[in-house]
Design a protein around this ligand. Structure first.
Ligand code: TXA
Ligand code: MG
Length: 343
């Protein structure tokens, strides 16, 4: 239900791609908002220079106004219009990772409206690599504000269908650019203070960032359990990326350990979905069982799709087998921990 009949545009041929880009640019010039694919997750995009468009993004997502948005650019000239000063560390990092899943926070220019930054004097900027997103920004000639195209706090979308499942009726259009290849949101790095700090981990991990900017710190803190948890970006709540079902992360060594983990949930198997990584459970009787890849990049690509499938199965609990605790997995762990916070 909603004010729109949400249309879906394909992009897999040159003709359909060009048609989608033209159609979307026309809508964005009218300060409407549309869902577009990026390499990380689908974004809900609007003209970053127009407060009216920004307000529509917050409204469609039901997002609190205190959570600032990322501004997406294509090209260095556009970056310059968005920031007050382009620093040496920004140049180093973005030369290494743009276009790609990296967002940098810098002092904002006067063209960036308060609505984007939640009133703050900094702005988060990213140059995405997805060809559809790049073509749309170039065609528009203005940068696009785009949070993930999900309702606030719900699962991020990595396929056009995921966007429809949450925002159908709330937006006029979704452009289908296929399955997002990164699969979790960009790494956010604060370059305003010193040292540079990672505010949100993603698939560009701290070791990779350190090569380009030595001395970068993770804004993590010890949460008391010996695990590191991430400090908040403004407006970030601990619970986020949440499936409807309760999510539990457990480690098990063998079938017996798995059976124990299932027993501890205190639910019948028919109410439980399992996302296994190493030890393959016997699938009989569970609501849904997925096996996810061992490689961290392939795991990230699959994660939100698997969680969407678990939710669609109607289960009450999602039991996730803990992945490794290595630096490549920090972004994935961040999403799992937030999804596991009780609402
Ligand atoms: O990969 C991504 O970054 C995706 C795609 C669509 O580009 N976008 C995305 O946007 O994840 P969103 O709105 O779901 O997350 C934006 C994050 C939030 O954690 C927000 O707090 C942080 O960026 N952020 C935005 N502006 C900021 C600022 N000025 N200072 C610090 N953090 C900021
Ligand atoms: Mg989001």
């Amino acid at each position: 239900m909603g004010q729109f009949t949400t249309e879906v545009l394909a992009t897999e041929t040159k003709v359909s791609f060009d048609h989608a880009v033209q159609t979307v640019a026309k809508i964005l010039r009218r300060d409407e908002v549309v869902a577009l694919p990026t390499e990380t997750v689908y974004g809900l995009a609007g003209n970053a220079f127009q407060p009216e468009a920004i307000r529509k993004i917050y409204a469609a997502k039901e997002r609190p106004q205190t959570n600032p948005l990322i501004v997406h650019v294509a090209g260095w000239a556009m970056v310059e219009r968005c920031v007050r000063e382009w620093t040496e560390s920004a140049a180093q990092l973005t030369r290494a990772f743009w276009p790609g899943p990296l967002t940098v926070v810098l002092q904002r220019s006067d063209l960036i409206p308060d609505e984007i930054t939640a009133g703050g004097d900094t702005v988060a900027i990213r140059w995405p690599s997805h060809p559809v997103m790049q073509a749309v920004i170039e065609e528009c000639g203005f940068p696009l504000a785009a949070p993930s195209a999900n309702r606030s706090n719900e699962l991020s979308p990595t396929q056009a269908q995921h966007v429809l499942s949450q925002l159908s009726g709330a937006i006029p259009l979704v452009v289908d650019g296929g399955h997002c290849v990164v699969g979790i949101e960009s790494t956010v790095v604060d370059l305003v203070g010193r040292p540079a700090r990672v505010l949100r981990p993603g698939m560009i991990h701290t070791n990779a960032l350190s090569v380009a900017t030595p001395g970068i710190e993770w804004a993590g803190s010890d949460d008391g359990s010996g695990r590191r948890s991430i400090l908040r970006s403004p407006g970030m709540t601990a619970r986020h990326y949440s499936p409807k079902a309760r999510l539990v992360v457990e480690r098990w060594e063998d079938r017996m350990g798995f059976d124990d983990a299932v027993r501890r949930l205190g639910k019948p198997r028919s109410a439980i979905s399992v996302i296994a990584y190493n030890v393959i459970p016997e699938v009989y009787g569970f609501c849904w069982v997925s096996l996810v890849p061992h490689n961290s990049e392939a795991y990230a690509r699959a994660l939100f799709s698997e969680l969407h499938l678990c939710d669609a199965s109607g289960c009450e609990v999602i039991l996730v087998e803990a992945p490794p605790c290595e630096v490549e997995w920090v972004g994935i762990w961040d999403r799992l921990r937030r999804a596991a916070v009780e609402g």
